[in-house]
Design a protein around this ligand. Structure first.
Ligand code: IMP
Length: 428
């Protein structure tokens, strides 16, 4: 992968295990870039039995000699950033050089308050189930051209003007609409200047660093957050996050041209999960859902919420292949299916008598979708120590083959446990 640009994205609703995939591929590249989302993400990496959860920092942070970039497309909560980097530094695990793009936007305290207040105000059926990390309101300000960027934190005059301009509106919103106390200018200004000083050593030109690395033939990994079906344009809108979680986001969120990308790898769990509200056709509300949740430890890394669980949805996965131009699939958590007699896979939806093998652009209510399933034979063998495809029991190999055949993309990596070494590389 030397000298190549590879994008790693979530091919489902997030939580596919992108962190561990990025971690296991990071040793082959020089630069790891986060390009969208913010502290709503929770990327879990287990190294030598120790669990690290990154919300904002790229998952390559544990590798010495690497450069990690937080790109312009990310929204950065300064307190979260400082606490994550502080914790790593304390453990002496801040092995990589970290560059925070000056063009990334700052999640301000009012964004988090508004996120929570808006969510509370939404009526039943309209709630999104956000992570309350201020993501939506921060991206809204960015698009509305009133956002505060990381670089502004280093320029007191411009910062003052921008905070005044924002508080004028935000305080009206807080007090008049949400019945909440206003935010005091002096406190916020002081805090923001302090964040700037503490973040100063990391702030730089992320776009230049990524492009120069590619110019020099260095390998760059773009680490997507959330997943395709949570993408603001291509996901199950409005039950989505507010950024471009699909592969196209890597260009915008880091400042590289689309022609520079060599390959897009989609990370998909061997089954499906979703946290928060919104459509999830293959969701299993009974025993199977519970079994997957317990065996897979399916509780949100950011909010601790139990994840909704269900069978693998090929209709959604084929859609992810389409909108991301996937060249390969990294299949995670295959081990979680061990012990099931039969494993079901949804291969088509039927809506108003029409068969869909790829997710249509608008999904009707769940009761108006008929799901077509195929059943595959399960296996009983423990997969934890499998390191080659040949080590897998025949039924597990058949399951992988079935996925490849059904979405016409090779499975290039298989995860059989949470450890860095519990990975089968089959085409990388
Ligand atoms: P927000 O990104 O906090 O605005 O949340 C919007 C939706 O995306 C909610 O359904 C969240 O549960 C979901 N979401 C956001 N980040 C993640 C993630 O990293 N993994 C899975 N779901 C996420």
């Amino acid at each position: 992968m030397k000298g190549k640009a590879e994008v790693i994205i979530g091919a489902q609703w997030g939580d596919e295990g992108k962190g561990r995939i990025v971690d296991s591929l990071a040793d082959r590249v020089d630069v790891v870039v986060r390009y969208q989302g913010g502290a709503n993400a929770g990327h879990t990496v287990v190294v030598e039995g120790e669990k690290h959860i990154f919300h904002l920092l790229p998952s390559g942070m544990l590798y010495p000699g690497k450069t990690c970039v937080i790109g312009n497309g990310v929204v950065v909560d300064p307190e979260q950033f400082l606490s994550e980097i502080g914790e790593l530094r304390e453990k002496r695990k801040d092995k990589a050089r970290l560059v925070l793009s000056e063009a990334s936007h700052v999640v301000m305290p009012y964004h988090k308050i508004i996120d929570e207040a808006e969510e509370k105000r939404r009526s039943k059926g309209r709630k999104i189930g956000t992570t309350k990390r201020g993501i939506g309101p921060c991206y809204a300000d960015k698009v509305n051209r009133i956002g505060i960027r990381v670089g502004d934190l280093l320029d007191p005059d411009s910062l003052r003007m921008k905070i005044i301009e924002n508080l004028e509106i935000k305080n009206l919103l807080l007090t008049r609409i949400f019945n909440l106390p206003p935010i005091a200018f002096d406190d916020l200004m002081e805090k923001a200047l302090d964040w700037g000083q503490q973040m100063r050593p990391y702030i730089g030109d992320g776009t230049a660093i990524v492009n120069e690395a590619l110019d020099k033939g260095r390998g760059v990994l773009f680490e997507g957050a959330q997943g395709t079906l949570l993408d603001i344009d291509h996901g199950t809108y409005p039950f989505v996050t507010s950024s471009s979680a699909a592969a196209g986001g890597a260009c915008i969120g880091s400042g590289i041209g689309p022609t520079r990308i060599d390959r897009v790898l989609g990370v998909a769990k061997a089954y499906c999960t979703r946290v928060g509200e919104g459509p999830f056709p293959t969701e299993e509300l009974g025993e199977i859902g519970e079994r997957l949740r317990e065996a897979g430890g399916e509780y949100g890394a950011t909010t601790g919420r139990p994840r909704r669980c269900g069978w693998l949805d090929m209709v959604a996965l084929r859609y992810a292949v389409r909108v991301n131009g996937l060249g390969g699939i990294a299949l995670t958590k295959l081990d979680v299916l061990t012990g099931l007699e039969q494993i079901k896979v949804c291969t088509a939806y039927e809506i108003e008598g029409r068969r869909h093998e790829i997710l249509p652009s608008r999904l009707p209510e769940r009761e108006d979708i008929q799901l077509h399933y195929e059943s595959l034979k399960g296996w009983k063998e423990d997969l934890a120590n499998c390191r080659r495809v040949e080590d897998l029991p025949p039924e597990a190999r058949e399951y992988v083959r079935f996925i490849e055949e059904n979405c016409k993309v090779p499975v290039v990596l298989i995860g059989v446990g949470s450890g860095r070494e519990q990975t089968i590389l089959c085409g990388l």
